[in-house]
Design a protein around this ligand. Structure first.
Ligand code: COA
Length: 340
């Protein structure tokens, strides 16, 4: 048996959730996904008597935005636990959008998240996860394979530390050439308040992802000056907690453009003013891919990124590698369908 949420969570999308063209922000969807994951995993990890805990988001697998969601539609978010290791929980979340005027439903996202239970008495103590019962041996094996795979990937992709982007608070864009990295590079600064935080006083993963998507969206809009939407987010590892009262600087820069997509690298740097150690640290970084849309909602060609330095050239080539790899994976997934 797989663990399921008793009911789906549903919410009607309003203007606050969307851009000026009426498309719901990728960040809003990511936040809803994370909330559903946090609820089911925290609930599951507290099913045994003993120490109480809160499940913290440790990782989100690569997430694709399959179709747009619009103001007035209802988002249905459902979550189920698909694997448990000794100290982590894998949650699968599906998001469907429903047009309540005609009942039509579309799958907009499928996401996989990993949570780790942290003791309510000691935020640094990782607790054991009650195991789930699998329907069969095959499901268990598949789950273990996914667990081993992400563990391996985590070891390989070290955090991109150093490389701090200076916040662009008063950008002198007049002096920058359009379509260069510097022209669209953007930052936002946020003071972490109680409503951003879990019961343990550190930021919800969904809040951080929403801020990251906001910055990536600003970079994309500055670059192409059209309506833009999130197409995908690469796997994100959350290595460090962000404490209430900290100031976070979220910075984004464009790394790569294909014909019709833009890759934006986003960093979250934290100034923990309220703790003893006040040194800035990098909490998380990720790559977001954006697409520019015509007023009719069709993908448009994007202006090509102008790279000016060796570093920018290197990042462009790395971005191209990621782009080609994910395109090949998408095509491989589609092939069996087209052959049917
Ligand atoms: N993705 C998935 N699982 C992860 C992970 C990641 N990035 N990092 C650790 N884990 C899993 C490990 O596999 C292990 O489970 P296992 O023993 O069943 O294999 C479990 O977490 C504990 O690992 P451990 O090495 O003991 O803990 P840690 O010191 O690496 O701490 C976290 C793990 C998640 C608690 C820590 O990295 C953290 O606090 N991250 C920030 C969490 C957070 O604040 N989230 C919101 C961010 S805005």
């Amino acid at each position: 048996m797989r663990e399921k949420t008793g009911r789906k969570k549903s919410r009607i999308m309003g203007p606050d959730d969307a851009n000026i063209a009426g498309n719901v922000h990728g960040g809003t969807v990511l936040k809803m996904i994370e909330e559903a994951g946090a609820i089911i995993s925290t609930r599951h990890c507290n099913t045994r008597p003993g120490e109480r805990c809160v499940a913290a988001l440790a990782r989100v697998e690569r997430t694709d935005f399959l179709s747009p969601m619009c103001i007035g539609e209802v988002a249905h978010v459902s979550a189920e636990i698909s694997y448990t290791s000794k100290h982590s929980v894998e949650v699968q979340v599906n998001v469907e959008s429903e047009n309540i005027l005609n009942g039509a439903k579309r799958l907009t996202n499928k996401a996989t998240l990993w949570y780790v239970p942290l003791s309510l008495n000691n935020v640094h103590k990782v607790l054991e996860v009650p195991p789930i019962q699998f329907v069969g041996k095959e499901q268990e094996e598949e789950g273990r394979r996914r667990y081993e795979e992400q563990k391996m990937e985590r070891m390989e992709t070290k955090e991109r530390n150093g490389d701090i982007i200076l916040p662009v608070i008063n950008p002198d864009r007049q002096r920058k050439e359009p379509y260069t990295v510097g022209y669209s590079q953007s930052s936002l600064i946020h003071l972490v308040g109680p409503s951003d935080c879990t019961m343990l006083g550190f930021v919800h993963g969904g809040v951080t992802m929403k801020l990251m998507d906001e910055v990536a969206g600003i970079v994309a809009a500055r670059h192409c000056k059209t309506n833009i939407v999130t197409a995908s987010v690469d796997a994100i590892n959350f290595h460090e907690k962000i404490k209430k009262g900290s100031v976070v600087t979220v910075s984004g820069r464009m790394t790569f453009t294909s014909n019709k997509s833009m890759e934006i690298e986003v960093f979250v740097d934290v100034d923990p003013f309220v703790t003893d150690t006040q040194e800035r640290y990098r909490a998380v970084s990720a790559f977001f891919t954006y697409v520019s849309l015509s007023p009719e909602g069709r993908p448009l060609p994007v202006p090509q990124l102008v790279v000016e330095t060796e570093e920018e050239r290197r990042r462009f080539e790395e971005g191209k590698g990621r782009y080609l790899q994910s395109k090949a994976k998408r095509q491989a997934k589609l092939q069996p369908l087209t052959q049917q």
